[in-house]
Design a protein around this ligand. Structure first.
Ligand code: TRH
Length: 355
Protein backbone atom coordinates (compact mmCIF):
# COMPACT_ATOMS: atom_id res chain seq x y z
CA UNK A 1 0.00 0.00 0.00
CA UNK A 2 1.44 3.37 -0.97
CA UNK A 3 1.39 5.77 1.94
CA UNK A 4 2.68 9.30 2.40
CA UNK A 5 5.21 9.62 5.19
CA UNK A 6 6.52 12.75 6.88
CA UNK A 7 9.62 12.05 8.97
CA UNK A 8 10.73 14.90 11.24
CA UNK A 9 14.36 15.03 12.36
CA UNK A 10 15.97 17.60 14.62
CA UNK A 11 19.73 17.31 14.68
CA UNK A 12 20.84 17.47 18.31
CA UNK A 13 24.51 16.74 17.75
CA UNK A 14 26.86 14.57 15.73
CA UNK A 15 25.53 12.39 12.90
CA UNK A 16 23.31 9.78 14.52
CA UNK A 17 19.98 11.61 14.36
CA UNK A 18 20.26 12.28 10.65
CA UNK A 19 22.03 8.94 10.01
CA UNK A 20 19.10 6.95 11.40
CA UNK A 21 16.42 9.12 9.75
CA UNK A 22 18.12 9.14 6.37
CA UNK A 23 18.65 5.38 6.41
CA UNK A 24 15.00 4.81 7.32
CA UNK A 25 13.65 7.34 4.80
CA UNK A 26 15.57 5.96 1.83
CA UNK A 27 14.72 2.38 2.75
CA UNK A 28 10.99 3.16 2.95
CA UNK A 29 11.23 4.84 -0.45
CA UNK A 30 13.59 2.43 -2.16
CA UNK A 31 12.47 -0.94 -0.85
CA UNK A 32 8.89 -0.34 0.18
CA UNK A 33 7.88 2.11 -2.57
CA UNK A 34 6.57 4.65 -0.03
CA UNK A 35 6.27 8.41 -0.67
CA UNK A 36 8.60 9.88 1.92
CA UNK A 37 9.37 13.44 2.91
CA UNK A 38 12.23 13.88 5.37
CA UNK A 39 12.10 17.19 7.23
CA UNK A 40 15.47 18.16 8.73
CA UNK A 41 16.17 21.34 10.65
CA UNK A 42 19.82 21.22 9.56
CA UNK A 43 20.13 19.71 6.06
CA UNK A 44 23.87 20.48 6.08
CA UNK A 45 24.29 17.66 8.59
CA UNK A 46 23.27 15.16 5.88
CA UNK A 47 25.83 16.35 3.39
CA UNK A 48 28.83 14.35 4.74
CA UNK A 49 26.79 11.13 4.69
CA UNK A 50 25.14 11.94 1.39
CA UNK A 51 27.21 14.24 -0.85
CA UNK A 52 24.28 14.60 -3.29
CA UNK A 53 22.53 16.74 -0.66
CA UNK A 54 22.62 20.48 -1.36
CA UNK A 55 22.05 22.22 2.00
CA UNK A 56 21.12 25.45 0.23
CA UNK A 57 17.92 23.94 -1.18
CA UNK A 58 14.65 24.02 0.74
CA UNK A 59 13.45 20.94 -1.16
CA UNK A 60 15.22 18.29 -3.23
CA UNK A 61 14.77 14.65 -4.26
CA UNK A 62 17.58 12.26 -3.36
CA UNK A 63 17.42 8.49 -3.74
CA UNK A 64 13.64 8.63 -3.97
CA UNK A 65 13.25 10.72 -0.81
CA UNK A 66 11.93 14.27 -0.80
CA UNK A 67 14.34 16.06 1.49
CA UNK A 68 12.88 19.22 3.00
CA UNK A 69 14.40 21.88 5.20
CA UNK A 70 12.35 22.13 8.42
CA UNK A 71 11.99 25.90 8.73
CA UNK A 72 11.22 27.82 11.92
CA UNK A 73 7.96 29.15 10.54
CA UNK A 74 6.53 25.82 9.37
CA UNK A 75 3.71 26.07 6.82
CA UNK A 76 1.59 22.94 6.47
CA UNK A 77 0.75 22.03 2.87
CA UNK A 78 -0.66 18.60 3.66
CA UNK A 79 -0.78 16.02 6.41
CA UNK A 80 0.80 12.65 5.66
CA UNK A 81 -0.67 9.19 6.35
CA UNK A 82 2.20 8.38 8.69
CA UNK A 83 4.10 10.93 10.75
CA UNK A 84 7.38 9.94 12.35
CA UNK A 85 8.63 12.15 15.14
CA UNK A 86 12.22 11.01 15.44
CA UNK A 87 13.67 10.86 18.94
CA UNK A 88 10.88 12.97 20.49
CA UNK A 89 11.91 15.97 18.37
CA UNK A 90 8.52 17.67 18.86
CA UNK A 91 6.51 18.31 15.72
CA UNK A 92 5.77 21.87 14.54
CA UNK A 93 2.67 23.12 16.43
CA UNK A 94 0.97 24.01 13.13
CA UNK A 95 1.45 20.45 11.89
CA UNK A 96 -0.06 18.94 15.05
CA UNK A 97 -3.03 21.31 14.73
CA UNK A 98 -3.50 20.25 11.10
CA UNK A 99 -3.33 16.57 12.09
CA UNK A 100 -6.08 17.11 14.64
CA UNK A 101 -8.53 18.50 12.05
CA UNK A 102 -7.55 16.11 9.29
CA UNK A 103 -10.49 13.91 8.10
CA UNK A 104 -8.19 10.93 8.59
CA UNK A 105 -5.67 11.70 11.33
CA UNK A 106 -2.31 10.13 10.53
CA UNK A 107 -0.62 7.31 12.36
CA UNK A 108 1.67 9.35 14.61
CA UNK A 109 4.77 7.53 15.77
CA UNK A 110 7.56 8.59 18.06
CA UNK A 111 10.68 6.71 16.95
CA UNK A 112 12.77 6.14 20.07
CA UNK A 113 16.48 5.51 20.62
CA UNK A 114 17.79 1.97 20.45
CA UNK A 115 18.28 0.07 23.67
CA UNK A 116 18.81 -3.59 24.57
CA UNK A 117 17.13 -3.11 27.96
CA UNK A 118 14.28 -5.51 28.81
CA UNK A 119 11.68 -2.77 29.58
CA UNK A 120 11.73 -1.74 25.92
CA UNK A 121 9.57 -4.77 25.05
CA UNK A 122 6.83 -3.53 27.40
CA UNK A 123 6.86 0.02 26.08
CA UNK A 124 7.14 -0.73 22.37
CA UNK A 125 3.86 0.15 20.65
CA UNK A 126 2.29 1.89 23.64
CA UNK A 127 -0.31 4.54 22.80
CA UNK A 128 -0.20 7.99 24.32
CA UNK A 129 -3.42 9.97 23.78
CA UNK A 130 -2.87 13.70 23.25
CA UNK A 131 -3.96 15.63 26.38
CA UNK A 132 -6.30 17.98 24.51
CA UNK A 133 -6.55 16.98 20.82
CA UNK A 134 -8.19 13.91 19.24
CA UNK A 135 -4.80 12.38 18.44
CA UNK A 136 -2.83 9.38 19.60
CA UNK A 137 0.93 9.05 19.49
CA UNK A 138 2.56 5.61 19.51
CA UNK A 139 5.97 4.79 20.90
CA UNK A 140 8.10 2.71 18.58
CA UNK A 141 11.21 1.23 20.13
CA UNK A 142 13.99 -0.27 18.02
CA UNK A 143 15.51 -3.29 19.68
CA UNK A 144 17.12 -6.68 19.52
CA UNK A 145 14.14 -8.97 20.13
CA UNK A 146 10.95 -9.83 18.21
CA UNK A 147 8.84 -7.93 20.77
CA UNK A 148 10.53 -4.65 19.80
CA UNK A 149 10.58 -2.60 16.60
CA UNK A 150 13.75 -4.34 15.41
CA UNK A 151 16.84 -2.87 13.75
CA UNK A 152 17.34 -0.93 10.54
CA UNK A 153 18.56 -3.39 7.92
CA UNK A 154 18.39 -3.03 4.17
CA UNK A 155 17.25 -5.99 2.09
CA UNK A 156 20.03 -8.15 0.69
CA UNK A 157 22.67 -7.03 3.15
CA UNK A 158 25.62 -9.45 3.03
CA UNK A 159 25.97 -10.94 6.50
CA UNK A 160 28.93 -13.29 6.21
CA UNK A 161 32.21 -11.45 6.60
CA UNK A 162 34.93 -12.16 4.06
CA UNK A 163 37.95 -14.16 5.15
CA UNK A 164 40.11 -12.56 7.79
CA UNK A 165 43.23 -11.16 6.09
CA UNK A 166 46.39 -12.98 7.13
CA UNK A 167 48.81 -10.04 7.18
CA UNK A 168 48.10 -6.47 8.17
CA UNK A 169 44.98 -5.85 10.24
CA UNK A 170 42.80 -2.92 9.23
CA UNK A 171 40.76 -1.27 11.95
CA UNK A 172 38.41 1.71 11.92
CA UNK A 173 38.24 4.13 14.82
CA UNK A 174 34.96 6.03 15.10
CA UNK A 175 34.68 7.35 18.65
CA UNK A 176 33.97 10.43 20.78
CA UNK A 177 36.83 12.65 21.89
CA UNK A 178 36.36 11.27 25.41
CA UNK A 179 37.52 7.80 24.33
CA UNK A 180 40.72 6.59 26.00
CA UNK A 181 42.64 6.55 22.73
CA UNK A 182 46.05 6.81 24.44
CA UNK A 183 45.58 3.29 25.81
CA UNK A 184 44.62 1.98 22.39
CA UNK A 185 47.52 3.75 20.70
CA UNK A 186 49.93 2.25 23.27
CA UNK A 187 48.51 -1.19 22.43
CA UNK A 188 48.91 -0.57 18.69
CA UNK A 189 52.48 0.61 19.22
CA UNK A 190 53.26 -2.67 20.97
CA UNK A 191 51.37 -4.87 18.49
CA UNK A 192 53.46 -7.68 17.00
CA UNK A 193 51.06 -7.70 14.03
CA UNK A 194 51.08 -4.69 11.68
CA UNK A 195 47.89 -2.65 12.01
CA UNK A 196 46.45 0.07 9.80
CA UNK A 197 44.08 2.20 11.83
CA UNK A 198 41.66 4.44 9.86
CA UNK A 199 40.65 7.57 11.74
CA UNK A 200 37.58 9.57 10.58
CA UNK A 201 37.66 13.37 10.91
CA UNK A 202 36.06 15.26 13.79
CA UNK A 203 36.16 13.84 17.29
CA UNK A 204 38.14 10.65 16.46
CA UNK A 205 40.91 12.59 14.75
CA UNK A 206 40.87 15.25 17.47
CA UNK A 207 41.37 12.54 20.10
CA UNK A 208 44.26 10.96 18.20
CA UNK A 209 45.87 14.34 17.50
CA UNK A 210 45.58 15.26 21.17
CA UNK A 211 47.39 12.05 22.07
CA UNK A 212 50.10 12.03 19.36
CA UNK A 213 50.48 15.66 18.26
CA UNK A 214 49.60 17.08 14.84
CA UNK A 215 50.74 15.12 11.75
CA UNK A 216 49.38 13.86 8.44
CA UNK A 217 49.63 10.27 9.71
CA UNK A 218 51.52 8.46 12.45
CA UNK A 219 53.70 5.36 12.65
CA UNK A 220 53.73 3.54 15.98
CA UNK A 221 55.91 0.42 16.01
CA UNK A 222 54.51 -1.78 13.23
CA UNK A 223 51.23 0.14 13.14
CA UNK A 224 50.12 3.09 11.02
CA UNK A 225 47.46 5.54 12.12
CA UNK A 226 45.88 7.10 9.06
CA UNK A 227 43.26 9.89 8.90
CA UNK A 228 40.35 9.13 6.62
CA UNK A 229 37.87 11.55 5.00
CA UNK A 230 34.27 11.30 6.19
CA UNK A 231 32.77 8.66 3.90
CA UNK A 232 29.32 8.61 2.28
CA UNK A 233 27.05 6.27 4.24
CA UNK A 234 27.28 3.23 1.95
CA UNK A 235 31.07 3.59 1.69
CA UNK A 236 31.28 3.71 5.48
CA UNK A 237 29.20 0.51 5.67
CA UNK A 238 31.66 -1.06 3.21
CA UNK A 239 34.61 0.07 5.34
CA UNK A 240 33.06 -1.67 8.36
CA UNK A 241 32.75 -4.89 6.36
CA UNK A 242 36.37 -4.61 5.20
CA UNK A 243 38.06 -3.87 8.52
CA UNK A 244 39.00 -6.69 10.88
CA UNK A 245 37.94 -4.65 13.93
CA UNK A 246 35.64 -1.62 14.13
CA UNK A 247 35.37 0.95 16.88
CA UNK A 248 31.87 2.42 16.63
CA UNK A 249 29.74 4.78 18.69
CA UNK A 250 26.23 6.15 19.25
CA UNK A 251 23.48 4.19 17.51
CA UNK A 252 23.68 3.83 13.74
CA UNK A 253 27.37 2.88 13.36
CA UNK A 254 26.88 0.52 16.32
CA UNK A 255 24.10 -1.29 14.44
CA UNK A 256 26.08 -1.31 11.21
CA UNK A 257 29.06 -2.87 12.94
CA UNK A 258 26.78 -5.73 13.92
CA UNK A 259 25.64 -6.26 10.33
CA UNK A 260 29.28 -6.08 9.21
CA UNK A 261 29.76 -9.11 11.50
CA UNK A 262 33.31 -8.14 12.38
CA UNK A 263 34.64 -7.79 15.92
CA UNK A 264 33.65 -4.35 17.18
CA UNK A 265 34.02 -2.17 20.24
CA UNK A 266 31.17 0.22 21.07
CA UNK A 267 31.54 3.60 22.71
CA UNK A 268 28.06 4.39 23.96
CA UNK A 269 26.68 7.95 23.78
CA UNK A 270 27.20 9.36 27.28
CA UNK A 271 24.07 10.31 29.22
CA UNK A 272 23.41 12.10 32.50
CA UNK A 273 23.55 10.10 35.75
CA UNK A 274 25.29 7.21 33.95
CA UNK A 275 22.05 5.94 32.30
CA UNK A 276 24.25 4.79 29.42
CA UNK A 277 26.03 2.34 31.73
CA UNK A 278 22.80 0.36 32.19
CA UNK A 279 22.27 0.37 28.42
CA UNK A 280 25.79 -0.86 27.82
CA UNK A 281 25.40 -3.69 30.33
CA UNK A 282 22.03 -4.67 28.83
CA UNK A 283 23.59 -4.96 25.40
CA UNK A 284 26.61 -6.92 26.64
CA UNK A 285 24.32 -9.34 28.47
CA UNK A 286 22.45 -10.16 25.27
CA UNK A 287 25.41 -10.10 22.94
CA UNK A 288 27.64 -12.25 25.14
CA UNK A 289 24.94 -14.69 26.32
CA UNK A 290 25.96 -17.50 23.95
CA UNK A 291 29.72 -17.12 24.46
CA UNK A 292 31.97 -19.13 26.76
CA UNK A 293 32.46 -17.09 29.92
CA UNK A 294 36.18 -16.59 29.27
CA UNK A 295 35.52 -14.98 25.86
CA UNK A 296 32.64 -12.93 27.25
CA UNK A 297 34.98 -11.64 29.96
CA UNK A 298 37.54 -10.56 27.34
CA UNK A 299 34.90 -8.66 25.36
CA UNK A 300 33.43 -7.08 28.48
CA UNK A 301 36.85 -5.98 29.65
CA UNK A 302 37.59 -4.11 26.43
CA UNK A 303 34.10 -2.58 26.08
CA UNK A 304 34.25 -1.46 29.71
CA UNK A 305 37.75 -0.02 29.36
CA UNK A 306 36.80 1.78 26.14
CA UNK A 307 33.87 3.36 27.96
CA UNK A 308 36.12 4.70 30.69
CA UNK A 309 36.17 1.81 33.16
CA UNK A 310 39.57 0.19 32.77
CA UNK A 311 42.87 -0.13 30.96
CA UNK A 312 42.48 -0.45 27.18
CA UNK A 313 46.13 -1.36 26.57
CA UNK A 314 45.77 -4.24 29.01
CA UNK A 315 42.44 -5.48 27.60
CA UNK A 316 43.49 -5.27 23.93
CA UNK A 317 45.89 -8.26 23.53
CA UNK A 318 43.33 -10.79 24.83
CA UNK A 319 40.70 -9.37 22.48
CA UNK A 320 43.12 -9.51 19.55
CA UNK A 321 44.01 -13.13 20.33
CA UNK A 322 40.33 -14.09 20.08
CA UNK A 323 39.54 -12.36 16.79
CA UNK A 324 38.72 -15.59 14.90
CA UNK A 325 36.34 -16.72 17.66
CA UNK A 326 34.71 -13.28 17.99
CA UNK A 327 34.33 -13.05 14.20
CA UNK A 328 32.52 -16.41 14.18
CA UNK A 329 30.34 -15.31 17.07
CA UNK A 330 29.46 -12.04 15.37
CA UNK A 331 28.48 -13.83 12.16
CA UNK A 332 26.09 -16.00 14.22
CA UNK A 333 24.83 -12.95 16.12
CA UNK A 334 24.11 -11.11 12.86
CA UNK A 335 22.37 -14.14 11.35
CA UNK A 336 20.25 -14.55 14.47
CA UNK A 337 19.23 -10.87 14.40
CA UNK A 338 18.55 -10.97 10.68
CA UNK A 339 15.92 -13.68 11.15
CA UNK A 340 13.76 -10.99 12.75
CA UNK A 341 11.94 -8.48 10.55
CA UNK A 342 13.79 -5.21 10.03
CA UNK A 343 12.64 -1.90 11.49
CA UNK A 344 11.15 -0.48 8.27
CA UNK A 345 9.07 -3.64 7.68
CA UNK A 346 7.95 -3.59 11.31
CA UNK A 347 6.92 0.03 10.95
CA UNK A 348 4.82 -0.74 7.89
CA UNK A 349 3.12 -3.62 9.67
CA UNK A 350 2.55 -1.45 12.75
CA UNK A 351 0.90 1.23 10.62
CA UNK A 352 -1.21 -1.29 8.68
CA UNK A 353 -2.48 -2.80 11.96
CA UNK A 354 -3.72 0.61 13.04
CA UNK A 355 -5.32 1.62 9.75
O1 TRH B 1 27.46 10.50 15.41
P1 TRH B 1 26.93 9.69 16.53
O2 TRH B 1 27.59 9.81 17.80
O3 TRH B 1 25.43 9.98 16.64
C1 TRH B 1 24.54 10.01 17.67
C2 TRH B 1 24.26 11.40 18.10
O4 TRH B 1 25.19 11.79 19.06
C3 TRH B 1 22.87 11.44 18.60
O5 TRH B 1 22.54 12.67 19.15
C4 TRH B 1 22.66 10.33 19.58
O6 TRH B 1 21.36 10.39 19.90
C5 TRH B 1 22.97 9.03 18.94
O7 TRH B 1 24.32 9.02 18.52
C6 TRH B 1 22.75 7.84 19.85
O8 TRH B 1 26.98 8.11 16.12
P2 TRH B 1 26.11 7.24 15.11
O9 TRH B 1 24.73 7.02 15.67
O10 TRH B 1 26.88 6.05 14.83
O11 TRH B 1 25.96 8.11 13.81
C7 TRH B 1 27.01 8.29 12.90
C8 TRH B 1 26.48 8.26 11.50
O12 TRH B 1 27.47 8.71 10.59
C9 TRH B 1 26.09 6.85 11.06
O13 TRH B 1 24.90 6.92 10.29
C10 TRH B 1 27.24 6.43 10.16
C11 TRH B 1 27.65 7.74 9.56
N1 TRH B 1 29.04 7.82 9.06
C12 TRH B 1 29.24 7.96 7.70
O14 TRH B 1 28.27 7.95 6.91
N2 TRH B 1 30.53 8.10 7.24
C13 TRH B 1 31.61 8.10 8.06
O15 TRH B 1 32.75 8.22 7.58
C14 TRH B 1 31.37 7.93 9.47
C15 TRH B 1 32.55 7.89 10.41
C16 TRH B 1 30.07 7.81 9.93
Amino acid sequence: MLLHWDIFCRVIDNYGDIGVCWRLARQLAREQGQAVRLWVDDPASLRPLCPACDPALAAQFIEGVELRRWPTGFVVDRVADVVIEAFACELPAAYVAAMAVSPRPPCWINLEYLSAEAWVENCHGLASPHPSLPLVKYFFFPGFTPATGGLLREAGLPLAPPQEPAGMLEISLFCYDTAPVSGLLAALAASPRPILCHVPPGQPLAAVTAALGPADSWRLGQSRIQPLPFLPLDDYDALLRRCAINFVRGEDSFVRAQWAARPFIWQIYPQDDAAHQTKLDAFLDRYCAALPSSTAAVIRALFTAWNGGGDVAQAWPDFLARIPEITRHNANWARQLAVQPDLASNLLRFVADRA
